[in-house]
Ligand binder design. Structure first.
Ligand code: AMP
Ligand code: AMP
Length: 335
């Protein structure tokens, strides 16, 4: 068999894998919302969103406008700040929170509701075996994430869902056991990343074509637009796309002598974006994770809301990230 034939067989196989898994979850959204309602009725989860106060704010940079959604929420005290490997809620997730006890091409995941959701039905894809949250997303973790995003797009027509992965010690993660989270966006809200994705057709970034980065934003972010048609998305495309974004992310961390590997991953059916992270918290008090780079900032009290307004969300995201590298090309010194 020639190399091309092997390559083509792999493409066909990986496309088949992505599709075959989507076929088994035809009522996923129904199962998800059903489980959420039962868990809430039985008080197995602590819904934190009831007393939330939302506010939109607009920030300006380089002649562009950016929309942020601030959520002030005072009832987060029940949520564990930091989990440990010994006290690990994902080792044996609560049955009342478990939407699917087996998921993935190799049945390697569970689908579990977030016990402390801020928005209804916030859930996670958790590995069954312990895997570190410091490890990059594998091809099967990526394709399983996309199977879920495609199902949600087809079955929950009222909401736009996104997936996020907080990787590494300064990314804003609290649990060390590997988990990808899924949350719907607020209604009528378009994050800057979606605007950026709409400026381009699909390509896998390479040494001639850099990932998309909005040059008017002050912080480094690397975005790749996915193929328009879900049926053209296979595991290999996802893995190569993720890797190309991870290469730029690692270069930024190395060039800034970060001393750790921390980044946020945001995935929608349209794009994947990675953001290298320098710190988990702004001024030691305001925690920022992937959601912050979707423009969603959660504040645990009124003084943090004041802090976001006085410093400005773009300055905050810059401080916990790294300076933009827009316009820079990859060279032989880059990963
Ligand atoms: P992260 O902070 O990104 O590591 O995400 C971990 C998530 O797990 C948090 O959003 C918590 O609300 C959630 N969590 C903590 N304990 C449990 C539990 N026992 N069952 C389900 N989710 C939990
Ligand atoms: P965790 O922090 O680990 O509980 O993961 C969930 C995180 O998602 C929260 O801490 C927030 O940072 C973020 N998040 C959840 N819901 C919202 C929301 N409605 N707006 C902004 N951020 C949110």
């Amino acid at each position: 068999m020639s190399r091309e034939t092997v390559h083509e067989s792999f493409r066909v196989l990986s496309r088949f894998q992505l599709l075959s898994m989507t076929d088994i979850q035809d009522n996923f959204a129904k199962q998800l919302f059903g489980k959420y309602a039962t868990a809430q009725d039985g008080e197995h989860l602590v819904f934190n969103g009831k007393s939330a106060v939302n506010e939109s704010i607009v920030a300006h940079s380089g002649g562009s406008e950016y929309l942020f959604d601030l959520t002030e929420l005072q009832s987060l005290e029940h949520r564990p700040e930091i989990g440990t490997i010994d006290k690990n809620p994902f080792e044996k997730p609560e049955p009342e929170l478990t939407v699917l006890s087996s998921f993935g091409n190799k049945d390697e995941f569970r689908i579990v509701l977030n016990k402390f959701p801020v928005v209804p039905a916030h859930f996670m894809m958790v590995t069954k075996q312990f895997k570190s949250q410091d490890t990059p997303l594998s091809p099967s973790e990526l394709s399983s994430t996309y199977s879920l995003l495609h199902k949600l797009e087809a079955q929950d027509l009222n909401k736009k869902w996104f997936a996020f992965y907080n990787c590494g010690p300064q990314s804003g993660a609290s649990q060390p056991h590997k988990h990808v989270q899924f949350m719907p966006l607020p209604d009528n809200y378009t994050p800057f990343a979606e605007v950026l994705a709409n400026t381009s057709g699909h390509f896998i970034p390479n040494q001639f074509q850099e990932p998309l980065q909005d040059g008017n934003l002050p912080f480094a972010h690397f975005l790749a637009k996915l193929p328009e048609k879900n049926t053209e998305l296979d595991e290999e495309t996802l893995a190569l796309t993720f890797l190309s974004l991870l290469q730029r992310t690692l270069t930024v961390l190395r060039d800034n002598e970060a001393g750790h590997i921390s980044y946020n991953v945001i995935a929608t059916t349209k794009f994947i974006m990675l953001i290298p992270r320098s710190k988990a918290k702004f001024q030691g008090s305001l925690g920022i994770n992937s959601c912050g780079y979707m423009g969603l900032i959660l504040c645990k009290n009124a003084s943090l809301v004041g802090l976001v307004k006085s410093e400005g969300p773009l300055a905050i995201l810059s401080s916990v990230g790294f300076p933009s590298t827009a316009g820079q090309k990859s060279d032989e010194y880059h990963y």
